[in-house]
Design a binder for this molecule. Structure first.
Ligand SMILES: [Zn+2]
Length: 454
């Protein structure tokens, strides 16, 4: 199993990253050999036998590295934005800052983590010409499961990444790797950097430490501050084919073929959602409820009721996440602060502010969960009307919601393509309104009423 195995349908990206990891590996090998040479000279003085041996080994490693780099350069033309790690080797495929973009669920963070693992690969097979990223060695394994000391993955539940947090990352980026080959920082939600934190990050990306790599992920290039993205090498992931997602669900999660295909088709190439749908009964029933909505908007009362239920379901979901995560988090922080045992135990003096900060963060996270759940419901609804439109046009494109075939046909017969398009537009308008922080119930009511009007 190589580190790239979970990356579905992204051959071009995998190829680029493999080449970069190869060059990165050669660079570190050469740098370490040069370091060993210096240390040997320091220890034994010049002219000693050991020095000669060390120098020989270093020269050999360097020659291998250079030969490899040249071989790669022959195979692939250098990319325009590539910055070589050491300035001399202008043909290197490696660079210090990468930006992974692609539609939600395409595997941006999976790609970034796989690359992080390949950069830390210590497989002995590398010396025999194998590409780094074996998936088995200690470097690959710990990077993939998230315990490698030199791989920091930043994921946020919050709506934005603040200056304070970014400063901490930048400080870390200046350090040399503690034991691994590179210091890797994966920023999963680079689109959530505020302008202030972007400015803090900019310096670190512009003048990186020699062995530091930034891996930024965002839905699209436009979501990242222009100053940041212009300094990154950009990789675009595509929506993986339904068949490939179903394969992954069967292979990795052991899902039955029928359920795997249904989940992959329903979520149209969103890997995370497909897995959730295939493994979580609650997610399936919630989705089924959302897809009944188009049949329930015949009268105004039905519209308002459906809207209320949709918003309530999202709030319920947020509450559930909060109960699972918040309680544990609060208890952990209390314990760390040295509070007396038990939920009501007294906190030491001067720690109330820290607890308040946590409460504030949890509240923001609740808002975001609720918003994400609503957004997911709206995505499902859009997919439903897209299927209606396909039926109305007699299109041969496979429909996503095969389980709702009867409802789709009923609505397709009872309306026109123009009305279906207006309904899709109403759903998009609702998403935009939620983005602008319009009260959820208000936005969703406006949508259900527009769905009724058609
Ligand atoms: Zn490895």
């Amino acid at each position: 199993m190589a580190v790239w195995d979970d990356l579905v349908g992204q051959d071009r990206v995998t190829e680029t990253l493999t080449a970069a990891a190869r060059d990165a590996d050669a660079y570190v090998t050469a740098a370490e050999a040069a370091g060993a040479e210096e240390r040997a000279e320091h220890r034994f003085g010049t002219g000693g036998r050991d020095t000669a041996a060390a120098t020989g080994a270093a020269a050999e490693a360097k020659a291998v590295a250079e030969a490899e780099a040249e071989a790669d350069a022959d195979a692939q033309a250098p990319a325009p934005h590539t910055e070589p790690p050491d300035g001399d080797r202008s043909t290197s495929q490696m660079t210090h800052a990468w930006l992974f973009t692609g539609p939600p669920g395409s595997g941006r963070s999976t790609a970034a983590r796989a690359f992080a693992a390949a950069l830390q690969c210590v497989s002995p097979d590398r010396a025999l010409g194998a590409a780094p990223g074996c998936g088995f060695c200690d470097g690959c394994h710990t990077a993939l499961i998230g315990t490698h000391a030199d791989v920091e993955v930043v994921r946020t539940d919050l709506l934005s990444i603040g200056v304070k947090e970014t400063r901490e990352l930048v400080r870390r980026a200046q350090l040399s790797p503690s034991g691994g080959r590179w210091q890797v920082i994966v920023l999963e939600d680079a689109d959530r950097l505020t302008e202030g934190s972007g400015n803090v990050l900019l310096k670190a990306v512009e003048e990186p430490a020699p062995r530091t790599v930034w891996l930024l992920c965002a839905p699209s290039v436009e979501d990242v501050l222009p100053t940041i993205r212009s300094r990154c090498r950009h990789l675009t992931l595509r929506t993986p084919p339904v068949e490939a997602v179903a394969d992954l669900l069967m292979r990795r999660d052991g899902i039955e073929p029928e359920l795997a295909h249904a989940a992959a088709r329903a979520t149209q190439g969103h890997i995370g959602r497909a897995r959730r749908l295939a493994t979580d009964e609650r997610a399936r029933s919630r989705r089924a409820a959302v897809l009944r909505l188009p049949l329930r908007v015949d009268d105004i009362g039905g519209c308002l009721k459906a809207a209320q239920e949709l918003v309530d379901a999202a709030a319920e979901d947020a509450k559930q996440v909060a109960e699972e995560v918040d309680t544990k988090e609060t208890e952990e922080l209390r314990a760390a602060l040295g509070a007396a045992a038990g939920p009501g135990g007294r906190l030491p003096r001067g720690t109330a502010g820290v607890m308040k900060d946590l409460e504030k963060r949890q509240k923001t996270r609740g808002t975001r969960t609720q918003r994400d759940t609503l957004d997911l419901a709206l995505t499902d609804l859009t997919g439903f009307y897209r299927d209606v439109l396909a039926l109305q046009f007699g299109s041969s494109v496979a429909i996503a919601n095969t389980e709702q075939r009867d409802a789709l046909e009923r609505i397709a017969r009872g309306s026109t393509p123009e009305r279906t398009l207006r309904r899709i537009e109403a759903i998009l308008a609702c998403r935009r309104a939620l983005d602008r922080n319009v009260a959820p119930l208000l936005a969703v009511e406006a949508m259900t009423l527009a769905l009724r009007a058609g």
